[in-house]
Design a protein around this ligand. Structure first.
Ligand code: ADP
Ligand code: MG
Length: 818
């Protein structure tokens, strides 16, 4: 690869300084500076020397291409030439400081470091922590100047599309917490830089607009092999969680301002040099790792560190940032450490390396071609101007706007004075010459005249805040100066008078300030009281409203209840009238029933008395019937089946008692013997022991006062008998035995089907005597008889009942002598 032939100026005839140009207020030159690296002990030389303040002289050493030729000496002029002993600070103040000043005044700046590998580009641009280069010093001066005017971090957030959004303080705080949720945020951000010893630059620009707030973001990219890589982007693992390695970024043009930018580049907000430097270190580390991974040499890539200063006006109160992105002003300072400019043949690269080196040199070639094109165009009418081939390389494409008047362009040519580098240095000098002949449109500072925003509002706000805190505002924090009026009798006559006047004024001013402070205090406490009162009034009003609402609700509820109650009262009234009627009807029916029952009882008694009278008349003439002869006992108990359902006497005991085939006591149905079935005898509590002789004898029976469920459902019992006692009309106990069969129901329960009822009634002997005088009275305490006991010995009379008959159909009398 070779460089295009350009007319070189030979130093043999002392090169005139730059071609004199017509001063053009609208354009400015690309300033080119030269810096010579000290010769190392291992190197031969020097073949380059600094002459005066601006020139460098190259003398062809022995063995170089120019040695022995006519023009052995070449002199080159620069804006300023720095010798091997120049300090970093000196270089910075000459080259970097004006760029920082521009940046603070919303102008862009671009600084290239050009030279062969090892000539001191990185040293000049970045330097070392203990001897910082232009970049850290630029950061120092920027932060020194905007220190007290900085917006909260994350107030200005890049959207990845070359513009910024404004966050309120709260949003900025939320963003900070989102990015750094831990408490040790500051340690995290400043760790490695805090550990390094760095001497900061102390220069401050104090002409920074105080009515604005400022934010700084940095980005760091690398152009390698014509691909752009983001050096601050955190590694994004692929879907298999492996590091995807460096991913190239695209370049785009801002549609509004036609500015070129790296799309979605990481722009990190920083508030101090340490934070920014941390990003620089991070990027350099990433660059080294990537180069090791890809086996590349860092000298083969361009690295670009961008500092962007975002400026936004304060609001009317001078307190917070004006939340209007239209008023944002962004200025940029790009510091470019170009790849080594040495030719490929010199590095003896082959294969892929040679191709890469070709690309690198190609990009530098394009840069040079663009500069030449610009230089040629500037002296030609527009129609003759050539198209500048910015698009042929990423580095020229990215900075195209700078060459078209978007900001200052500066170049520092780093030179090696080693004899072995002489030939390369000639090419470097030629490049420098071309560059310094280029002029670019002068960039204009952006005016910040926003209607309605008064100058000095930050200071007024600061003074008011100080007074509100009970502090007297310092005089330099006030946006006005104290006028010192001379005493009328001796205007400017003596210094002492002036001092007196000044002191008097100062005292007066201080008193005035104190008065204002007291006034402010009083106002503040009055305001607090008023706000407190308003707050408590508000609270009371709200509580009152609530209570009224609750009260209203209660009134509605009470009304509702009243209505319901009235309704219920109506219902109750109508019900009680109904009830009363029902009660009267019931009582009438009851009385009627009682009356009927009494009638019936009277009729029955009469009938009975009549029958007994008949019996009394009949018995003396009647011989004992057959049953007596066959063991039928005379009975003192009368049987009176009252229910038509009664099926007759269904008891083997009574069979025994009445005998078989008795004329009057024969059962109505043939009774089936059910001796295998047990009886469940139900004697309710309070059942009297009547001791009637015809008490049935129940084999295998169980007697209960209240049958349990288990008794009722037990398979053991097939038969059921219920004792029921009541007092009859003559005061005797009448006992009824309701008998039934226990049967299973389909539903798995048990039902009792009553089959007959047995009535046992006892009469006192006197009564019997009166009824049947010849009959011997019974022993009143005669025990209950078993069926096979000698019943005739105990019973005087037996009555036998049949179904459907109200009175005994047959009466048995004991024979005389018993
Ligand atoms: P480049 O980036 O151009 O390849 P470097 O900046 O890495 O070169 O410089 C190579 C070496 O020379 C470094 O060790 C650096 O410290 C040293 N060096 C370069 N310029 C100077 C200088 N002006 N004064 C002292 N040392 C320098
Ligand atoms: Mg370097």
């Amino acid at each position: 690869m070779s460089y295009p032939k350009t007319p070189s100026k030979s130093a043999s005839h002392k090169t005139p300084h730059k071609t004199p140009r017509r001063p053009n207020a609208a354009r400015e030159e690309v300033q080119v500076f030269g810096r010579l690296r000290p010769l190392r002990s291992s190197e031969n030389g020097p073949c380059v020397r600094v002459v005066g303040k601006t020139d460098m002289v190259l003398v062809a050493p022995e063995g170089s291409s120019q040695y022995g030729r006519k023009a052995q000496q070449h002199q080159h002029s620069f804006q300023r030439a720095f010798g091997a002993g120049s300090s970093q600070k000196e270089v910075f103040e000459e080259i970097g400081l004006p760029l920082v000043q521009d940046l603070l005044n919303t102008k862009n700046g671009l600084l290239f470091a050009y030279g062969i590998t090892g000539s001191g580009k990185t040293h000049t641009m970045t330097g070392e922590p203990q001897d910082p280069g232009i970049l850290p010093r630029c950061l120092d001066v920027i932060f020194n100047s905007i220190q007290h005017l900085q917006a909260k971090k994350y107030t200005f957030m890049s959207n990845g599309k070359n513009s910024f959004e404004i966050n309120t303080e709260a949003q900025a705080e939320r963003e900070r917490r989102r990015l750094y949720p831990g408490r040790n945020r500051r340690r995290h951000e400043e760790t490695s830089v805090a550990d390094t010893v760095r001497i900061p630059d102390s220069i401050v620009f104090d002409d920074v607009d105080p009515d604005s707030v400022y934010g700084v973001v940095v980005s760091f990219v690398e152009i390698f092999n014509d691909y752009v890589f983001d050096l601050l982007e955190d590694a994004k693992p692929d879907k298999d969680m492996r590091d995807k390695g460096p991913q190239s970024k695209r370049m785009r043009e801002d549609t509004g301002r036609h500015q070129m930018y790296v799309s979605d580049v990481t722009e990190v907000p920083v508030t101090s040099t340490e934070e920014a430097y941390e990003q620089l270190v991070k990027g350099q580390k990433k660059r080294r790792v990537a180069h090791t991974q890809l086996n590349h040499e860092s000298s083969r890539s361009h690295s670009i560190f961008n500092i962007r200063l975002i400026r936004a006006p304060l609001d009317e109160a001078g307190k917070s940032v004006l939340l209007n992105a239209d008023y944002l002003r962004v200025s940029q300072l790009s510091l470019v450490d170009l790849a080594g400019s040495e030719r490929a043949v010199r590095t003896q690269n082959v294969g892929e390396r040679l191709r890469e080196a070709g690309n690198i040199n190609q990009s530098l070639m394009v840069l040079r071609t663009c500069l030449e094109c610009l230089r040629d165009n500037q002296n030609k009418p527009p129609e003759q101007q050539k198209i500048v081939p910015y698009r042929d390389s990423k580095i020229t494409q990215l900075f195209k706007n700078f060459f078209e008047g978007d900001g200052k362009v500066r170049m520092i040519i780093c030179c090696s004075s080693s004899n072995s580098d002489f030939d390369e240095m000639l090419h470097v000098m030629k490049f420098a010459e071309v560059t310094q002949e280029v002029t670019v449109a002068r960039s204009q500072a952006v005016k910040f005249d926003i209607p309605g925003l008064a100058a000095g509002r930050r200071q007024i706000n600061n003074a008011l805040e100080a007074m509100a805190d009970g502090r007297a505002p310092s005089s330099d924090s006030l946006p006005f100066s104290v006028e010192v009026a001379p005493a009328p009798d001796s205007p400017y006559t003596g210094f002492a008078t002036f001092i007196d006047t000044f002191e008097g004024q100062t005292t007066q001013f201080e008193a005035g300030c104190q008065y204002v402070v007291r006034g402010m205090d009083a106002f503040k406490s009055a305001l607090i009281q008023a706000m407190g009162a308003m707050t408590s009034n508000d609270a009371l009003a709200r509580a009152n409203e609530n209570l009224e609402r609750i009260n209203q609700d209660l009134v509605y509820k009470v009304d509702d209840r009243d209505q319901k109650l009235n309704h219920l009262i109506q219902i109750v009234k109508s019900n009680s009238a109904e009830e009363e009627k029902r009660r009267v009807r019931h009582e009438q029916r009851h009385e009627q029933a009682m009356h009927d029952a009494e009638e019936e009882r009277r009729r029955a008694r009469k009938e009975e008395e009549h029958r007994l009278a008949l019996l009394e008349n009949t018995v003396p003439q009647t011989s004992m019937p057959e049953p007596m002869a066959t063991g039928m006992s005379p009975m003192a108990t009368a049987m009176s089946p009252r229910s038509p359902q009664v099926a007759g006497i269904d008891s083997p005991d009574k069979e025994n008692a009445f005998g078989h085939g008795g004329s009057g006591a024969a059962p109505l149905y043939t009774r089936k013997r059910r001796s295998d079935e047990k009886w469940l005898e139900h004697k309710p509590e309070g059942t009297l022991q009547t001791d009637t002789v015809l008490q049935p004898k129940l084999k295998k029976s169980k007697t209960v006062t209240i049958p349990k469920k288990s008794d009722m459902t037990s398979k053991n019992y097939g038969r059921y008998m219920l004792h029921h006692q009541e007092e009859d009309s003559i005061g005797e106990v009448k006992e009824q035995l309701f008998k039934g069969a226990m049967m299973k129901t389909r539903g798995g329960g048990m039902s009792v089907q009553f089959t007959d009822v047995e009535t046992l009634q006892q009469r006192r002997p006197e009564q019997l005597r009166s009824e049947c005088s010849p009959v011997k009275p019974l022993e009143p305490t005669a025990p209950a008889l078993e069926a096979d006991v000698d019943v005739p010995e105990r019973c005087a009379t037996a009555f036998e009942g049949r179904p459907g008959m109200m009175t005994p159909s047959v009466a048995h009398r004991v024979t005389s002598g018993r």
